[in-house]
Each structure stands twice: as structure tokens, then as C-alpha cells.
Design a protein around this ligand. Structure first.
Ligand SMILES: [Zn+2]
Length: 420
């Protein structure tokens, strides 16, 4: 059985719990799980184990991004409507992003819309290489909401939908439950919905403009929970943010104006609703060529930073998510840099992308920390991310990625940079 055993020796370990790093540790991996963690003198493993000397390196839990759109590759309307390139080219582009994301140390991704269940199946079958996936399929919103494919001209998308991505548009209260069930039928692990517009949505549907009434959101949350699915809700501010929290969603995505009404963060803390701010996308929107997007992003920035600081004080868990896809696929760890700039310690930023993120996904029993018995999703990096969180963005610093105990082989670089 020695061949099935891997050992990471001389490692500095940041275990994801927020505890001080362990020095000179030996992590023994048997099959897909962590068998033991010990200081060097106590370690016990067979001589023929596969030993990786981690001197000078840090071992972290596999990183998790809780808000990504892996199958999106730009905000351009022709792209969003799927008419700019063949479907097959787009799928292969998505497969390359999945692989690149895993190689960067991200062993689990919660997709916030657009990725169909076929990718998860392909990864499970070994047809493609990628992170563990938590899917939401399509965004559920009312007519005119962000899940409705409508152009600024007023045109609605004229193309037939993809059967693997059923429409998330709800017309009346009676449609809410069937739409939730259709997402689950298509493979949703989460229900993604939206109760407001956003920075990049069409003019007239901005961050404080509502979508869904309370009755509809209560039906949505009730149905999702009845099917054992959590609800991740895009909500920036105004009445829509209020309705999302009142209806009892499980996470607030973006939450830019959570600084405005102190009852919001108090209710989130009391109900265990997590906050996924997705700062990286707003950094991009602040430079948008579209004036309405740029203006919205500038207006919300100070509120967003204040919302994060107040959330920390109120005891609301903050979870890392990049909202990548529309703004290309930059290094997901860029979000950790933004979180530190907004007031998290580097250790908290790491927790936001490991243990807190695993809790957000309901996977804390299996993932998110370096602990005996958990799945061996681990990333070995050169240097010390607590001294320089930004080093996690650099591919050269990611020395080894293990997913379920298996080393991820690094692929050849692409001819064109898909990161945009
Ligand atoms: Zn998103």
C-alpha cells in the first residue's frame, strides 16, 4: 500500500482554521484523504511512500472561489447571447479555464451561473481536468431581472436556449417553484437568484433597483430548501437587498450597500447568512468603457469597503468570490488581495477562501481545512502568503496542487492567453 501514500515533509502549514502556522510538519496522505499531520519527530510512514520535501514552502487547504462564472468569457452582448463563436470552441475555452483554475490552486469552484452539468460529468469521468464544482446552472430572476436575456435596445435574445441551461425567468409567483425545480433537474447544487440589478446590468436596472417581491422570494427560498439546495442571492442595495435577507437566503452576493441599514448585517449574523462581496469585479467595472457601469462602480466602492468592515464587526462570515467570467479569468487569488485592502487580515482572507468558503458550500465536513480525515485537497506554495498575500496570484509560486490526494499535472501554456 506504500505506493498509495504521499508525504509532504518539512512543511509550514496554514490549516485554514485561522490557527497560527505549524512549522516543520509532516502531512501523510493515504488515498484521497489526509491520514495524519504531525511534527517531524512524531511522523510515521513507510519508507517507500512518495515524499515531497516542502522545505521553504507553505501548505494550504485547496483554495475555493464561491462566486465564479467559469463558462463566461466577456461581457460583450454577442458573447453573452452565444453568437460570437461556435459552441464547441466556447466549451473548449471553458475547459481550458477549468484546468487553469485548478492549476492555480483552486480545488473547488461554486459557479454562479452559466456552467452546465456536463462539465462536472466530464471532470468526474476524467475527460476534462478541473476543480470540484458546485453548480447553480441559470440565474433565477423575474422579467427584466439579470437572468432575463434583454439588450439595452429592448430586444430579447432571439436564439433558442441551451437545454442544459433552462431559462431562469419567472413571470408570476406561480412560476417560482417550477423554475427552482427545473434548475435542480438540470443539476443545480445551489439556486442562484437576483433581487436587484448590478453594476454591469442594463441602464434602468441598477444596484438599488429591485427584482422579485417578498412573496416570490419566500416561495423561492422555501422550495430550494425543500430540495436541500441553498440560495445564493445577487443583491446590492435598496429594497431588493431587504427582501433577500427577509426571505432568508443563505448568502448575499455583492452586498455593496450592506453598510446602509444596520439591521441587515445584524439579521445576517443572527441567521448565519454569509457575505460574498466579490470585490475584484468592481475593480474592473470602475474602469469600464460604459459610463453607466463606471459611475455605478465608483459610487458603490466606499460603501462596499465599509460594508465589509461592518460585517466583520457584526460577526458575518465573509467568503471569497471573484465574479470572474465577464471580466475574463484573472488569477482568482486577486480577490484575497482586495479583501486585505478592504480590512481583512491575510489570515482572514485565507479563511475566506478555505474554511469559510467550505462552510458556505456546505462542505466543511470534507474540505476547507488541513485536518486528519478530510479530503486531501492541498496547495503547496513557495514563500509565505501571510507576509505577501499577492504572491498567491503568481503561477510560478504555486508549486504543487493536490485534489483528492492526486497531483495535478501542469499543462502546456495556451497560444493565446484566455485570461483576457
Ligand atoms: Zn456573478
Amino acid at each position: 500500500m506504500g505506493g498509495a501514500m504521499k508525504v509532504l515533509s518539512n512543511a509550514r502549514v496554514i490549516d485554514g482554521t485561522g490557527a497560527a502556522p505549524l512549522k516543520n510538519a509532516t502531512i501523510v496522505i493515504r488515498g484521497d484523504r489526509i491520514d495524519s499531520i504531525a511534527t517531524r519527530s512524531q511522523a510515521d510512514f513507510p519508507a517507500d511512500a512518495d515524499i515531497v520535501d516542502c522545505a521553504g514552502m507553505t501548505v494550504l487547504p485547496g483554495l475555493i472561489d464561491c462566486h465564479d462564472h467559469m463558462a463566461n468569457h466577456g461581457y460583450d452582448l454577442a458573447h453573452r447571447w452565444g453568437i460570437d463563436e461556435p459552441e464547441s470552441t466556447r466549451h473548449l475555452r471553458t475547459a481550458a479555464v477549468l484546468r487553469q483554475t485548478l492549476e492555480a490552486g483552486y480545488t473547488m469552484i461554486r459557479d454562479a451561473g452559466g456552467l452546465d452539468a456536463g462539465f462536472k460529468r466530464a471532470i468526474d469521468e476524467g475527460l476534462a481536468v478541473g476543480p470540484r464544482l458546485m453548480l447553480s446552472i441559470s440565474i433565477v430572476s423575474p422579467i427584466g431581472g439579470i437572468g432575463d436575456r434583454m439588450a439595452p435596445s429592448g430586444d430579447c435574445c432571439c436564439l433558442p436556449g441551451d437545454p442544459l441551461l433552462p431559462s431562469g425567468v419567472v413571470e408570476t409567483l406561480a412560476d417560482v417553484r417550477p423554475v427552482v425545480r427545473k434548475m435542480v433537474r438540470a443539476g443545480a447544487d445551489f439556486i442562484k437568484c437576483a433581487t436587484t440589478g448590478g453594476a454591469s446590468s442594463r441602464p434602468g436596472h441598477g444596484p438599488r433597483d429591485g427584482a422579485f417581491n417578498l412573496d416570490e422570494m419566500q416561495a423561492l427560498v422555501e422550495e430550494a430548501h425543500a430540495l436541500d439546495r441553498r440560495v445564493m442571492c445577487h443583491a446590492l442595495g435598496g429594497r431588493g437587498l431587504d427582501i433577500a435577507i427577509a426571505a432568508g437566503v443563505d448568502s448575499i452576493e455583492h452586498g455593496c450597500y450592506l453598510d446602509e441599514d444596520p439591521r441587515h448585517l445584524d439579521m445576517m449574523a443572527a441567521r448565519g447568512i454569509v457575505f460574498v462581496p466579490t470585490l475584484l469585479v468592481y475593480e474592473y467595472h470602475r474602469k469600464s468603457p460604459q459610463p453607466h457601469v463606471r459611475e455605478r462602480a465608483h459610487h458603490l466602492y466606499q460603501h462596499h469597503v465599509l460594508a465589509i468592515q461592518k460585517a466583520l464587526k457584526a460577526g458575518v462570515k465573509i467568503v471569497a468570490g471573484t465574479d470572474a467570467g465577464g471580466h475574463g479569468h484573472p488569477a482568482n487569488a486577486g480577490e484575497l488581495v482586495c479583501l486585505v485592502e478592504a480590512g481583512l487580515t491575510p489570515m482572514q482572507a485565507i479563511q475566506a477562501a478555505t474554511s469559510w468558503a467550505a462552510e458556505c458550500c456546505g462542505k466543511e465536513a470534507e474540505l476547507g481545512t488541513v485536518e486528519k480525515g478530510k479530503l486531501a485537497d492541498l496547495v503547496v506554495v513557495s514563500g509565505d502568503p501571510l507576509a505577501d498575500i499577492g504572491m498567491l496570484r503568481e503561477p510560478a509560486n504555486i508549486r504543487l496542487v493536490l485534489k483528492g490526494g492526486e497531483a495535478v499535472a501542469r499543462s502546456a501554456p495556451l497560444r493565446q492567453n484566455i485570461a483576457l
